[in-house]
Design a protein around this ligand. Structure first.
Ligand code: GLY
Length: 411
């Protein structure tokens, strides 16, 4: 599992057994109960919650807390990022959003670190007639789905956010879509794991160890062989690249590039924006996420370019152009960072959680646009699966088995 490795050609034989998996004791003395491959926020929350349940846990990652969380803006946008055909995912997103206040408080208490969780709400605005039609449709879908959002005129939008362009034609006020700082979240999860006794192996995992039709651990880059009772593959967009995974359980995830900018709001300009402001401009999403510490995150492109993480002049230009149309004053702000990351996309844009058809192997990946939002519920669902062998009710639709290439054959 390395960055930018070409697709694997050495997948093992298909696994046909579908044995119910239960918490397993490792067959090697001193081996952890759970080995998590990937130390981004999803792997870390899984490890933290597993350790809290009394499972001895280890994480393999060269840079725990790195990955997509270092790029993401941290919008908790269950309502404003609603899409047709994603109603099942909506239920999971909303359930996770509801857990955020308690989750953030617990993590802050456990670590003494602030997460930048901010219940600020979101305003989605329209710049022209097409944007307004798009937003009206989103509003209708939100209403049909029983979600709280309020249609505002352009003037009402500007009353809420005076830095908005005079041309804003209307918008949707969604007071329930908040934000968290993903970098602080990642840092706090590393600390929480350390305090809960999670062991870190700061290297890559090269291969899954499979023996007697069961995942048994992993071989690390330096040749070390680790054993474990259960293995969780939580390597974001790299999750499909680990050697040794049987062909029919390789997660169907792909990298979807996002370029993101960070600007700084000088104290003299504050409050520049008081909530997240977003729009679809010429078919592309743009959002501005203001943090309490003065950081303003502008995102994000969405590009299907494989493993490429180049920040391009075109990407930066388009983001600034679109953001400038919404909030002209941003061109006065210092541009402090440009960065690109990879979302782990899945075929239905929803995550893959819990046991696979290979006993002992679980997945926690494919979170696509919702990794930060789904962190609390992923940790809870994975801890449940690791201790009981089953996903909890609300996470069952997200079993990786929905993508299994081998259908049950009639005999
Ligand atoms: N959820 C925001 C993004 O993926 O760009």
């Amino acid at each position: 599992m390395h960055p930018r490795t070409p697709p694997r050609s050495d997948a093992g034989a298909p696994v046909v057994a579908s044995t119910p998996d239960i918490a397993s004791t490792p067959d090697v003395a001193g081996a952890p109960d759970v080995l998590v491959l990937g130390g981004g926020i999803i792997g870390l929350v899984t490890a933290w919650r597993a350790a809290q349940r009394g499972l001895s846990t280890a994480v393999v990652d060269p840079e725990p807390g790195g990955g997509a969380a270092q790029v993401a803006a941290g919008m908790l946008a269950a309502v404003t990022e609603l899409h047709y055909g994603e109603q099942g995912l909506l239920a999971l997103n909303l359930a996770s959003a509801r857990r955020y206040p308690e989750f953030a408080a617990e993590l802050e208490e456990a670590t003494g670190q602030e997460l930048g969780y901010r219940a600020c709400g979101t305003l989605a605005v329209a710049l022209d007639a097409d944007d307004r039609a798009h937003l009206r449709e989103l509003h209708a879908l939100q209403s049909q789905s029983g979600l709280a959002s309020e249609w505002l005129s352009g003037r009402e939008c500007r009353r809420l956010e005076p830095m908005l362009a005079p041309g804003v034609r209307g918008g949707l006020r969604v007071d329930g879509d908040h934000q968290v700082d993903p970098r602080r979240l990642a840092r706090a999860l590393v600390t929480a794991c350390e305090r809960a006794g999670v062991v870190f192996h700061r290297t890559w995992a090269d291969r899954l160890r499979v023996a007697r039709d069961r995942a048994r651990g992993a071989v690390l880059r330096d040749g070390t062989e680790l054993s474990a009772g259960q293995v969780v593959l939580a390597a974001g967009s790299l999750s499909g690249e680990l050697a040794g995974v049987p062909a029919d359980v390789i997660p169907p995830v792909r990298p979807v590039k996002g370029q993101v900018l960070r600007l700084t709001v000088p104290k003299a300009y504050a409050p520049f924006l008081s909530r997240t402001v977003r729009a679809v401009v010429r078919g592309s999403h743009v959002y501005l996420v203001p943090r309490e510490n003065g950081e303003l995150v502008v995102g994000a492109t969405s590009e299907e370019l494989g493993w490429d993480t180049t920040v391009t002049a075109g990407g930066v230009y388009e983001l600034l152009r679109d953001a400038h149309e919404l909030v002209p004053g941003i061109t006065e702000l210092p541009l402090t960072e440009t960065r690109a990351g990879l979302r782990p996309g899945s075929p239905d844009n929803a995550p893959l959680l819990g046991p696979t058809r290979l006993p002992g192997l679980h997945l926690a990946t494919g979170h696509y646009r919702n990794g930060v939002l789904l962190t609390p519920i992923t940790g809870d669902a994975m801890a449940h699966a690791l201790t009981s062998g089953e996903l909890p009710e609300d996470a069952r639709p997200f079993t990786p088995k929905r993508f299994s290439v081998l259908e049950e054959q009639p005999v």
